[in-house]
Design a protein around this ligand. Structure first.
Ligand code: SAH
Ligand code: SF4
Length: 367
């Protein structure tokens, strides 16, 4: 029986050094290999000409460079591109490229579906199947850079990465951290920590772990200013309530030179968008290293919610500004191809047995 080859795409510097030592070669080859894969997007081991022929033969025996398999590509009228990648039989995940004049942002997925079941999220409605492995996470970035033309500066197309696609990144902690290491490595993408943003619905213990492992920019899906309302929108709040979440956020900020935490707040008509909500929200974060990003709700089939009207979003924003809070409203991109925030649904064979709270088994294993 033929054994499956190891996908070199998902190995960080340390893993590759170990691999070369095991093969009886010097570990500096790891840096060469990272450059071939993540800077030149080479998938054929035999084209890596600064590795000796013997070494390439050795590598080829048990390993390969396997990019994610593209199922479809859709381009929005605003230039946003959505890619659907195969992630197992009958399943798919999505990544979205958002071009802007001064940057190219890639929104990536970390899981096939999501178990956390936020009531306003299309991914949550799909249920959960599995965590993506490191090669599937970093593969979305490698694929995008290899597919898109370089920027005018000659740099690769992707300057910023946001973990805001399908899944909860902190529920796939180990694989996400390793993928981030590759993003930050000078031998791979060399992205600065400020240009990688991890968005989480608030898995508090893993925010603490992240703080020790790598200080990327942190975005937190708050969406409600009190526990009663947040329990109904973001069910993980029943396990990690707002006060614990905010404490972890302030510790994160403090540890990283008081870097601002972004709080995402989806604007749902008549649910969380009143002036009282704005007032309550301002009390939670005033005088803290925090900014608010209001997100107009992006609808999807079967949802009971509507986005707050633009004038209500503006009023909400003004109210927060009056209180001295830094607040922006996220521009909706790619909604004509269902690529906007929270619309990514891919194809998920749900394996979640029960709803959050009574959920058992793999679905809520927080690695
Ligand atoms: N699981 C992570 C990251 C993925 S979701 C998290 O929840 O933070 C990325 C952002 O889109 C989150 O702030 C999420 O709450 C928001 N979002 C989800 N569904 C949405 C929708 N239908 N409209 C607008 N934003 C949505
Ligand atoms: Fe999961 Fe984030 Fe969607 Fe909540 S908003 S269901 S955590 S992907």
């Amino acid at each position: 029986m033929q054994t499956q080859k190891k996908n070199l795409l998902g190995l960080n510097l340390h893993d590759l050094e170990e691999l070369f030592l095991e093969l009886g070669y010097k570990k500096f080859h790891a840096k060469q290999l990272l450059k071939w894969i993540h800077q030149r997007y080479e998938t054929n081991i035999y084209n890596m000409t600064d590795l000796s022929k013997d070494l390439r033969d050795q590598l080829d025996l048990n390993s390969e460079v396997q990019m994610p398999h593209l199922i479809s590509e859709n381009t929005s009228k605003d230039g946003t591109i959505k890619w659907l990648f195969e992630s197992g039989v009958g399943q798919a995940i999505e990544a979205v490229f958002i071009p802007e004049s001064d940057r190219g942002t890639l929104c990536i997925s970390s899981q096939v579906g999501c178990a956390l079941d936020c009531s306003f999220c299309a991914t949550g409605h799909q249920g959960f199947n599995r965590n993506l492995d490191v090669s599937e996470i970093i593969g979305q970035l490698c694929f995008a850079n290899s597919r898109l033309p370089r920027r005018k500066t000659g740099l690769p197309a992707i300057s910023n990465v946001v973990f805001m696609g399908m899944g909860e990144p902190l529920a796939n902690y180990k694989n996400v951290i390793k993928a981030i290491e590759i993003m930050l490595s000078d031998y791979a993408y060399g992205l600065s920590r400020r240009r990688v943003t991890l968005s989480t619905s608030g898995i508090v213990p893993n925010i603490e772990l992240l703080s020790d492992a790598c200080n990327v920019s942190l975005a937190v899906s708050l969406h409600a200013p009190n526990d009663k309302l947040r329990d109904s929108l973001v069910p993980i709040n029943k396990i990690h309530p707002i006060s614990d979440l905010l404490d972890a956020c302030w510790r994160y900020a403090e540890k990283h030179s008081n870097r601002y935490i972004t709080f995402e707040y989806v604007m749902l008509e008549n649910i969380n968008d009143s002036m009282e909500h704005a007032q309550e929200l301002s009390r939670l974060i005033s005088n803290k290293p925090a900014k608010i990003n209001l997100i107009p709700f992006n609808p999807f089939n079967g949802t009971k919610y509507k986005s707050s009207p633009i004038r209500q979003i503006k009023k909400f924003q003004m109210k927060l500004r009056e209180k001295g809070i830094i607040v922006t409203t996220r521009k909706t991109r790619g909604d004509d191809i269902a690529a906007a925030c929270g619309q990514l649904a891919g194809k998920v064979n749900n394996r979640v047995i029960t709803r959050l709270g009574e959920r058992k088994g793999k679905a809520v294993t927080l690695q």
